[in-house]
Design a protein around this ligand. Structure first.
Ligand code: AVI
Length: 316
């Protein structure tokens, strides 16, 4: 059985208000979700193929190397809820291991899920598939057609790192609240490591991450009617060890003014727009976060270099 449900609608005025408030702030910033227009999503796929960007392949290695232990911790027959599912490929690779009864990919627009889910349903006809369009960064109210029993939330790729620790706690609490006593979470988390490795992963030699970051300006021009000139900005991506996070910024190459229909902003040479954080955790710091959110009975699997970990948590 295959079903698609659009739960939340994007409101264009809210998007504009949120973005203009960020651009007008003393320290200008934008939410990382605006990095993902159609081209941004393609550039992110390219980032995942880069030799410097270790998270994707390291997480895949962990899932391959520890498949049976993960299957044992998680148990079969779950309602697998895939947050930010995109092309559904990561979860689909785990179907033979996790043997879910229902698969529920969630993404901002249900249209992103249609093709992938139709293909998957043919491949796995016995799994009930329910595609959901929802901005789960704000709320997590699942429709009745999502089974309540054995909900397993799947949040791979270290996307949790794109929230601040406070936001991450709220997000984990929301997941906890959407689980019954038999629910759980399977999550990928990027770990603190040598600064040189982290810096390279977010400022690669080919400049793909730079293009991903700069493409935000084209997206803003489309959403807001701003007149950002991509060539007048440069990418900055580096590890801030004190905050335990990668920071991505766009930096003005020379003094310039950006205009939009209702306003403008001047940027001095070297002024920055903060476009993304990617927090890096230790097993200890992430355990604390999970426990505060109401999870327990934790299992962790990492690669031999301890660069990345996959974690399963039961509700407490
Ligand atoms: C999606 N997210 C987990 C990526 C990360 O590593 O924080 C986004 C990214 N930004 C630059 N490179 C990748």
């Amino acid at each position: 059985m295959l079903q698609f449900i659009q739960c939340t609608e994007q409101n264009d005025q809210n998007v504009r208000d949120e973005l203009l408030a960020g651009l007008s702030a003393a320290q200008p910033f934008t939410s990382p979700k605006y990095l993902y227009d159609a081209l941004g999503s393609k550039l992110f796929e390219a980032i995942c193929e880069l030799p410097e960007y270790y998270p994707t392949r390291t997480e895949a290695l962990i899932f391959r190397s520890h498949a049976s232990a993960i299957a044992q911790a998680v148990g079969s027959g779950s309602t697998l809820i895939d947050l930010g599912a995109g092309n559904c490929a990561k979860a689909a690779r785990l179907f033979p291991v996790l043997q879910p009864v229902q698969y529920v990919p969630v993404d901002i627009s249900v249209n992103f899920l249609r093709d992938a889910l139709q293909r998957l349903q043919q491949q796995f006809p016995s799994i009930v598939m329910t595609g959901i369009g929802m901005d789960f960064s704000h709320e997590l109210l699942l429709p009745d057609s999502v089974r309540e029993a054995k909900r397993l939330f799947f949040y791979p790729g270290s996307s949790i790192g794109n929230y601040t620790p406070d936001e991450a706690l709220l997000f984990l609490q929301r997941i906890r609240a959407a689980c019954d006593d038999d629910g759980g979470l399977l999550i990928g988390v990027d770990l603190v490591k040598d600064k040189a490795i982290l810096d390279a992963a977010y400022d690669d030699a080919l400049g793909v991450t730079a293009a991903f970051n700069l493409n935000l300006l084209r997206h803003l021009n489309h959403l807001l009617g701003t007149d950002f000139d991509v060539q007048a900005w440069r990418h900055r991506g580096f590890f801030n060890a004190q905050e335990s996070r990668i920071e991505m910024h766009l930096e003005a190459v020379s003094a310039l003014t950006v205009r939009w229909p209702q306003g403008e902003r001047h940027f001095e040479r070297g002024a920055r727009i903060h476009t993304e954080n990617s927090y890096k955790y230790t097993q200890r710091s992430f355990t604390d976060l999970l426990e505060q959110a109401g999870f327990g009975r934790l299992s962790f699997w990492a690669d031999p270099q301890q660069w990345f970990m996959v974690c399963h948590a039961h509700v407490n």
